[in-house]
Design a protein around this ligand. Sequence first.
Ligand code: ARG
Length: 446
Amino acid sequence: MTLWGGRFADGPDATLWAFTTDDSDRRLLEVDIRGSIAHAMMLGATGIIGEDESADLVNALERLLADARDGTFEFAEGDEDVHSAVERRLGELVGPLAGKLHTGRSRNDQIATDLRLYLIEAGRERISRIHALVGQLVEMAERHLEVVIPTYTHLQQAQTTVLGDHLCAYAWMLLRDVGRFTDCLARVSESPLGAGASAGSSLPLDRKATAEALGFDRVMSNTLDAVASRDFVAEYAFSATQTMLHLSRLAEEIVLWTTSEFGWARLADSVATGSSAMPHKKNPDIAELVRGRSATAVGAITAIAGLQKGLPLTYNRDLQEDKRIIFSVDDILAGSLDAMGVLLAGLTFDPPTPRAETTSLDLADVLVGRGVPFREAHEIVGRVVRKLEEEGRAFSEVTDGDLASVDDRFQPGDAAVADPTESVRRRAVTERVREQIGEIRARLSP
Ligand code: ARG
């Protein structure tokens, strides 16, 4: 059913009807009904409608809410959107009284209210899933506090650290994502309800009461802003997409780590996939799909930005499209968080020792400790690297004699620094990672 018609002599053209309706807003069914319950209660409490009328509306809406929750709410072919569907069902239950529900309200403030309520709940749920993944990462980090690995810059071995440190890096990224979601939700938590079509109502609505009943932090003061703004959707999309980008980077590393070339990690059979052609293959498809789906998330940011650009105040039907966009990125995030949790649980690490060259900076620091300017120390260690290369020897074979032959400020025993395990020990990496794990855990359960 439509919520308009009086001024139209003809019904809508079928092709155009199909073009304008979009059932993606059906996901808002529950929040839409809850919004209506708060509105109907307020209409009764303020005397805008009778107390008994309000009670009858609320009772019927509670029934519809139960139907929505158990999946038995039935949409009809002709429902223009979720709001129309609820009003139609309400009419089937209470007759003409249903016509009083929309008093002092428009679909413009209603849809903004619905989407805000939906995103507050979805956002809280995503935060708890991100927390779970962070918890899993620090547990893995704790189990790999002594496993020496190279760091990479330019995808070339750079310095040494332990695997726990690398895993904690992702935990920190994801914690910042939680921070972004939290900041974003504080702005989502403002009530547009009562803004009406754009400039409020002549009826004595109690906007504070509906905002409180729905759990919003405050009422949006400007009614034009309330119905026209979608920066809250854009912020949510960015929070979700940045989280996806972090997951995608981790996914990319899992793809690399499980190659025969890297040989850092193995995937359990349950988290890998096979090839229809090559019997030997064991592929990291889950990681690839997380990486691939993040492309759609990146597109969502552009889409929601584009939707707002050049849109005059206040509500324009363009805004209907925000739902498709935000639901798709949010679904991708929820699915990817779950999948990454399972994937990480199926990963076993056994990385090879880093190349000895990863200690070159530590060797330069030895000279710096003896007063040599860093630039000069860098040059000297560079010469040691070149000497060994010219002699066809590995950096791991460097001796105190090699060092002394390049610079007399080297001392006996310095060659021992050129060992990745020693390098990690000298920088107390394991202790630092233990501290990080403590800090991260403290943030998980403040
Ligand atoms: N389906 C619309 C949306 O998602 C609901 C609001 C429609 N308002 C209107 N004036 N046509 O934005």
